[in-house]
Write a protein that binds this ligand. Structure first.
Ligand SMILES: Cc1cc2nc3c(=O)[nH]c(=O)nc-3n(C[C@H](O)[C@H](O)[C@H](O)COP(=O)(O)OP(=O)(O)OC[C@H]3O[C@@H](n4cnc5c(N)ncnc54)[C@H](O)[C@@H]3O)c2cc1C
Length: 423
């Protein structure tokens, strides 16, 4: 379908940066709420985001009530958005986000400036490359992130190697095994530095079912080879070292939000999540900007991100109608201590209205048992007993927190920490 040129078709009410599940859901919801001109700006030649690159199931249960492969799911989200009246502009990469909703785009014909009343940032996450992981050894061909592997296998129909080692065991590492199987690639091992598989049961059974040797408590020390990968050196739980012969390495996980626009521009970024600082409405430090989906924090599934996108669309529609509560005061939310990785949102606008994000999202970096507590200058204002595995999401109801801190001075801190061993 041919869209009107970006600079024709009238004033833009909302520009959504990123055409993945979150951005498409937000845009669709805005049109359903009666918002006039909603445009999605997507840097790739097709919208759909990460699922477009994942040729395997399971996607779509929440959104369409059935299990779909990634590309089918992505195409359905795009079709639904278009039916609702969303304009989707592909090959449009936003290179600068300026105060008040002004954007600079790189498009096929050069650069273009547009203005929108509100901007929703939905640029997702990416995996950290080898250079950011400090892996020693030879600079050789055949070392890929899962995203690059998926793109080579599903979109370009290539087989970059035949017997790789997969590093990591979170959900996306299992997506790497499925991608390999699709291309007739047989991974020789999956290695995980932690004592257990990071993904939830029953994923842990999958490597065995797929004939892949699972090595927990094992660190990648070195990649060897000349020109191409010929092996890896790993260190096992007892410090023993061994060489595994392989012809490729898939580096999975270690996600980081794709927050280049915020970092290079004026929006405040949270060093803990790596995404923009938001309040419970998803509103950024410039109130013309909102953020949603995996850009908020690493990393959730497509269904979760889609649901966040929908909610963000509703919040922005309410904002445009003048119905988003004004911020009279705010609290800073922080995560402290070695076990807790982040809390999102990082600001709580007060007075709290029950319609924003229902829960705060926190995540632990390692297995913990004890109490999750929220502390301010008066002492502990909220606590809950927890036992959580590494990378598990913890949800804290915003309503419970807001009730305990309503009288705090604006700008004061509420710190979350884990007291290990406490009940
Ligand atoms: C390698 C990898 C594999 C994954 N596999 C799975 C899986 O199997 N199942 C699952 O449920 N989840 C998986 N995920 C998680 C995935 O992030 C979510 O499924 C979901 O795609 C998140 O939706 P999103 O809209 O937030 O982001 P994305 O789907 O990442 O969409 C973001 C979009 O923004 C665009 N964009 C970024 N910057 C700009 C810019 N400056 N200008 C214009 N456009 C821009 C990108 O091109 C992309 O299309 C995977 C993630 C990764 C990184």
């Amino acid at each position: 379908m041919r869209e009107p040129a970006l600079n024709r078709g009238g004033a833009i009410d909302v520009a959504v940066i990123g055409g993945g599940p979150a951005g498409l859901a937000a845009a669709t919801e805005l049109k359903r709420a009666g918002i006039g001109r909603v445009v999605v700006l997507e840097r790739e030649q097709e919208a759909g985001g990460i699922p477009r690159h994942c040729g395997h199931p399971p996607f779509g249960m929440r959104e369409f009530g059935r299990v779909l492969r990634g590309p089918v799911y992505a195409a359905r989200l795009v079709a639904r958005a278009r039916r609702a009246g969303v304009e989707i502009h592909t090959g449009a990469s936003v290179v600068e986000a300026r105060p008040g909703g002004d954007l600079l785009l790189a498009v096929a014909r050069g650069v273009q400036e547009i203005s929108a009343r509100r901007v929703i940032c939905a640029t997702g996450v990416r995996e950290r490359p080898r250079s950011a992981r400090l892996i020693s050894g030879a600079r050789v061909a055949g070392v890929l992130n899962t995203g690059a592997l998926q793109s080579l296998v599903y979109l370009k129909r290539l087989r970059p190697f035949r017997r790789p080692v997969i590093v990591g065991s979170e959900l996306v590492a299992f997506s790497a095994i499925m991608t390999c199987r699709h291309a007739g690639i047989r991974p020789v091992a999956m290695i995980e530095p932690g004592p257990r598989v990071t993904a939830r049961w029953p994923s842990a059974l999958f490597p065995r079912l797929a004939g892949v040797r699972l090595m927990t408590g094992t660190r990648l020390l070195e990649i060897t080879g000349e020109g191409a990968v010929s092996g890896v050196v790993v260190e096992g739980p007892g410090g023993e070292r061994q060489r595994i012969a392989c012809d490729g390495v898939v580096l999975s996980g270690r996600f980081t939000p794709e927050s280049t626009l915020a970092r290079s521009g004026h929006l405040q970024v949270d060093p803990a999540t790596g995404g923009p600082v938001v309040d419970q409405w998803g509103r950024c430090s410039d109130a013309a900007y909102f953020a949603t989906g995996n850009l908020l924090r690493p990393v959730e599934t497509a269904g979760w991100s889609w649901r966040e996108g929908r909610q963000c669309g509703q919040h922005v529609a309410a904002d445009l109608a003048g119905n988003l509560p004004r911020e009279d005061a705010f609290l800073r939310l922080e995560a402290a201590g070695p076990a807790l990785k982040y809390v999102m949102p990082q600001r709580l606008s007060l007075p709290h209205a029950a319609a924003g994000m229902k829960d705060l999202q926190l995540r632990v970096g390692r297995e913990v048992r004890g109490a999750l507590v929220a502390v301010n200058e008066q002492g502990v204002v909220w606590r809950e007993k927890i036992h959580a595995r590494p990378e598990r999401r913890l949800l804290v109801p915003v309503g419970e927190i807001a009730a305990g801190v309503a009288a705090q001075p604006s700008g004061s801190r509420l710190v979350f920490e884990i007291r290990e061993g406490a009940g």
